[in-house]
Write a protein of this length. Structure first.
Length: 179
């Protein structure tokens, strides 16, 4: 039981340091980190696609092999695209996010107008939040790259914070007691 405590303490400190390092990388190089993550995801999809295609060619079941064949083709093609043009996909994801936030804001504005028609006091606050969401959605649509970098910086800060907390928790853990 005592050795488990020691390895947990060491594990907490090591994982905390790893989180701080990853957070620092995301914070200082958001664009590079984002492209690297996208390319790594692309390679994972390429490997999964090849494995699915190999599985499709070795199965005896027609239904399962057909499903693996289609899944493998989609994974392989999407993986190759992610590896070759990661910037396009990062931008596209944030454009979709901007559209989602804009539509959500418009939907909230509709709901706020309904609240106002009912004479509720919270309609003004709801309208303010809806307008803020609409403005944010438009800003993300206009400049998706800036918001992608901002998201990575925020993730980096969160990882640094989580790493520091984990290191402090690891340092505070009781050491192995020998009697």
């Amino acid at each position: 039981m005592d050795s488990k405590f020691t390895s947990t303490k060491l594990g907490a400190i090591v994982s905390g340091v790893a989180l701080v390092v990853m957070g620092f990388i995301l914070f200082t190089n958001p664009t590079t980190a984002m492209m690297t993550i996208t390319v790594m995801l692309g390679w994972v999809l390429v490997v999964m696609g090849v494995a699915s295609l190999a599985s499709a060619l070795t199965r005896w079941s027609v239904i399962l092999s057909t499903a693996d064949l289609y899944a493998g083709i989609v994974e392989l093609l999407f993986g190759v695209l992610l590896v070759n043009i990661p910037g396009f996909f990062v931008t596209w994801i944030f454009i979709l996010l901007g559209i989602f936030v804009l539509v959500s804001g418009l939907n909230s504005l509709y709901g706020a107008n309904a609240l106002q028609a009912l004479g509720l006091q919270s309609a003004g606050k709801a309208k303010g939040g809806a307008i803020l969401a609409i403005v944010l959605g438009v800003l993300v649509l206009v400049s998706p790259g800036l918001f992608a970098d901002t998201a990575m910086i925020i993730c980096g800060i969160a990882l640094i914070y989580a790493g520091v907390v984990r290191i402090v928790d690891g340092v505070r853990m009781p050491s192995e007691h020998r009697a």
